[in-house]
Design a protein around this ligand. Structure first.
Ligand SMILES: Cc1cc2nc3c(=O)[nH]c(=O)nc-3n(C[C@H](O)[C@H](O)[C@H](O)COP(=O)(O)O)c2cc1C
Length: 204
């Protein structure tokens, strides 16, 4: 059960800009939720088959929601073929869910480089060593790759070209908050034709 019951959501209590509203919720989640940045990323492959997995939100703003991964992984291939995705975050302690959907693009080389450079060395080495989503012969093989990469790069490790960031540009963002008697509150922002946001309450 959530630790506290929040006031029901009302449209006049929501910011007209969903990114500002997300920022408010995220700030509260950072105070009250372990790993508030964990989110499910849903993608589809070229045949329309869905797939989903957890990733970490590494930033958000007017450009969208940012995360990092391996461009040659299953998700990387799916996103290359079908550059649209959906994100879902659930903050159990607040009984809140956020859903985001829209087109997705790679972050700039500069943004990926600077984020990679900011990561701990272990994470850099792991990103370089792991052919993410490929079948491998065993853990020993992976650990050997790690040692080889560490030895070959005693100083700073350059960002591997197969690893970098994505940004999901939201076309819709839905805020859900659990309510008493399962009368939950749901508000969805959708982009209007003029580029502004339209806000509507949805039935729970
Ligand atoms: C809490 C959590 C956070 C994760 N964060 C990331 C991430 O930010 N980037 C990433 O590539 N994989 C992350 N993973 C691993 C992915 O869930 C997944 O196993 C991996 O990316 C391969 O997915 P794919 O085969 O669908 O491409 C995370 C897993 C968990 C459980």
């Amino acid at each position: 059960m959530p630790r506290h019951r929040l006031e029901p959501l009302r449209s006049d209590g929501l910011d007209p800009d969903p990114l500002v509203q997300f920022g408010r919720w995220f700030e509260q989640a950072e105070r009250e939720v372990p790993l508030p940045e964990a989110m499910t990323l849903a993608t589809v492959d070229a045949d329309g088959r869905p797939d989903a997995r957890m990733v970490l939100l590494k930033g958000f703003g007017t450009d969208g929601f940012r995360f990092f991964s391996n461009y040659e992984s299953a998700k990387g291939r799916q996103l290359a073929e079908r550059p649209r995705a959906a994100l879902v975050i659930y903050w159990r302690e607040l009984d809140r869910q956020v859903r985001v959907a829209g087109p997705i693009a790679r972050l700039s080389v500069e943004d990926s480089d600077s984020y990679f450079a900011s990561r701990p060395r272990d994470s850099q080495v792991a990103a370089a060593a792991s052919p993410q989503s490929e079948a491998i012969e065993g853990r020993d093989w992976l650990e050997r790759r790690v040692r080889e990469i560490e030895q070959a790069n005693p100083d700073a490790l350059p960002r591997p070209s197969h690893w970098g960031g994505y940004v999901l540009e939201p076309e819709s963002i839905e805020f859900w908050q659990g309510g008493p008697g399962r009368l939950h509150d749901r508000f969805r922002y959708a982009r209007g034709d003029s580029g502004g946001w339209r806000l509507e309450r949805l039935a729970p």
